[in-house]
Write a protein that binds this ligand. Structure first.
Ligand SMILES: Cc1cc2nc3c(=O)[nH]c(=O)nc-3n(C[C@H](O)[C@H](O)[C@H](O)COP(=O)(O)OP(=O)(O)OC[C@H]3O[C@@H](n4cnc5c(N)ncnc54)[C@H](O)[C@@H]3O)c2cc1C
Length: 494
């Protein structure tokens, strides 16, 4: 809602009190954009439930900017900030400032981590520099350690020191994701780009080891790769690394495709718990067709490099255990430490209880999206949206719209879960894309998956680079090379 403030008072009246330094110095737009702003006799404000003190300025009385604080620079947080920027720019209403608290100055685009691990995509494309893509949002590098909902203050620990600094806000957006369970000792993880590169080096090192030993036991363990967790991450990682290993096998004369053993162990009853059952069935079939073993209801009892014992008593000779747990949480799972703030409503699986318009239930001025938010899915009574990147993006979009609508005193709209899809790669030419309740598989699924990632990656330049790389790789396949410390066992010093 735009309101024009009055022009300066007539001569003879007392001069207005000078504004606080913060307001005078604050500019939301670069100089080139400020040149297009309306005349100084007009100022724009966002009114609504957040009540801001009025500040007299030389050209009239305006309210202080509304302070929107986003915690977490992952999929949900980054896309919320991007959408808020766009809406504020389109409305010509710079009277709100957006701050993003994040431990890293980049977004890790996790659905492409497996491609970076397998060398089918340059690692740099998986990291999206936030300072580059967010134009007016202020980045606050650090970790939110606690919240005071009564005084609307977040406490943020920055790299500058151990003391947590207070950061006041008017509206809070919580998107800290979920804390992944720690991997078993000696297992590899796949959560960051560093993990992905270490995993690639490890797999290539096992092929080197197997081709240079005459000991059948060492060779068998080196060529058995076990992935623990059958969610998007596990399915994606196994298919990508298997394709990579098979691509380089011609460089190892003593090794054959049938010598390699790929095992996906899922503690639950089916693969892809984030998706409907038929998607999990399709993924199982596709993986088995490629020669992978699927072990459902299997959890590790003990593991040391060389031997994995499962809790059903079965054992596997392997030097590779990759921990890729699904983000679907079981009742009793510990919540993210920040969400244990008293007065935040939590579901039994440790997520924030939200309404369909993405407000945190019964908590004024507080919103949530992504893996840490339990948002009702009207398609399945009593169910909440599964934790995957599709929902994180879609919820971020609706959250930003609703937050600004609330500030303007306009009605909000519910998040429609069925519009957002799930996309999982099942091989170089196979993929699963679920959109608007329909599932596309095989080559069309793989094409839609790539189109989806291209549409979601921020900035046209990045989209162009990724598209060029994919097109170029179709003509001249990439040659994976170890970028870490091959031969090092996880958990052991290099
Ligand atoms: C290996 C892997 C592969 C995946 N593949 C797919 C796929 O193919 N398809 C799919 O749909 N989904 C996939 N997912 C799931 C998808 O990545 C997540 O659902 C999505 O990232 C959730 O977004 P989010 O913003 O809620 O959480 P995240 O993306 O995890 O972001 C949370 C952010 O909050 C930050 N943070 C945490 N605590 C704090 C704090 N106290 N203060 C400040 N910041 C904090 C974190 O550093 C992080 O940047 C995959 C996940 C993984 C790990």
């Amino acid at each position: 809602k735009h309101t024009a403030a009055p022009c300066p008072p007539p001569p003879g009246e007392p001069p207005p009190v000078p504004p606080p330094a913060r307001l005078r110095e604050h500019h939301f737009f670069p100089a080139s954009r400020r040149a297009h702003k309306p005349s100084d006799c007009q100022s724009y404000e966002i009114t609504g439930p957040v009540d801001k003190p009025e500040v007299p300025l030389p050209h009239g009385v305006v309210k202080e900017p509304v302070r929107i604080l986003v915690i977490g620079g992952g999929h949900a947080g980054t896309y919320t900030a991007l959408r808020l920027e766009r809406l504020l720019r389109a409305a010509g209403a710079p009277r709100a400032e957006v701050r993003l608290v994040t431990p890293e100055p980049y977004l890790t685009y996790r659905p492409l981590l497996a491609a970076a691990a397998a060398g089918t995509l340059s690692p740099r494309h998986v990291l999206v520099p936030l300072r580059r893509v967010l134009r007016t949002t202020r980045l606050l590098l650090g970790e939110a350690v606690s919240l005071d909902l009564a005084t609307r203050t977040a406490y943020v620990r920055t790299p500058a020191g151990p003391e947590a600094a207070p950061v006041p806000y008017d509206a809070l957006v919580l998107t800290p994701g979920t804390t992944p369970a720690p991997p078993p000792p000696h297992a590899l993880a796949l959560h960051s780009l560093a993990d992905a590169l270490a995993l690639r080096s490890h797999v290539l090192a096992q092929l080197d080891l197997a081709s240079s030993t005459r000991d059948p036991a060492v060779r068998e363990a080196a060529l058995c790769f076990v992935f623990l967790g059958g969610g998007c991450a596990g399915v994606d990682a196994l298919t990508a690394l298997r394709a990579m290993a098979e691509r380089v096998l011609s460089q190892y004369p003593g090794l054959h495709r049938d010598d390699l053993r790929w095992v996906l162990a899922e503690p639950g009853e089916r693969l892809l718990p984030e998706a409907p059952a038929n998607a999990g069935t399709y993924a199982s079939r596709a993986l088995r067709r490629g020669g992978a073993e699927i072990r459902l209801g299997a959890a590790p009892r003990t593991y040391r490099p060389g031997l994995l014992v499962l809790d059903d008593g079965d054992s596997l000779a392997t030097r590779t255990l990759v921990h890729t747990p699904s983000a679907v949480r079981a009742p009793g799972a510990p919540p993210h430490p920040l969400l244990t703030t008293p007065a935040l409503p939590l579901t039994p699986d440790g997520r924030l209880r939200c309404t369909r318009d993405l407000a945190v239930s019964g908590t004024p001025h507080t919103w949530a999206a992504g893996d840490s938010a339990a948002v009702p899915d009207p398609g399945t009574p009593g169910a909440t949206c599964a934790p995957h990147a599709g929902h994180a993006h879609g919820q971020a979009h609706v959250l930003a719209d609703n937050l600004l609508a609330t500030l303007r005193g306009e009605p909000t709209r519910p998040y429609d879960a069925k519009n957002e899809g799930l996309y999982v790669a099942l091989g170089p030419h196979d993929g699963l894309a679920r959109l608007h309740g329909r599932t596309l598989t095989g080559r069309p699924g793989a094409l839609l998956l790539r189109a989806h990632h291209l549409s979601r990656l921020p900035t046209a330049r990045r989209k162009g680079r990724v598209l060029t790389e994919w097109a170029f790789a179709a003509l001249f396949p990439r040659e994976p090379v170890a970028l870490g410390t091959p031969g090092t066992e996880p958990g052991e010093p290099p």
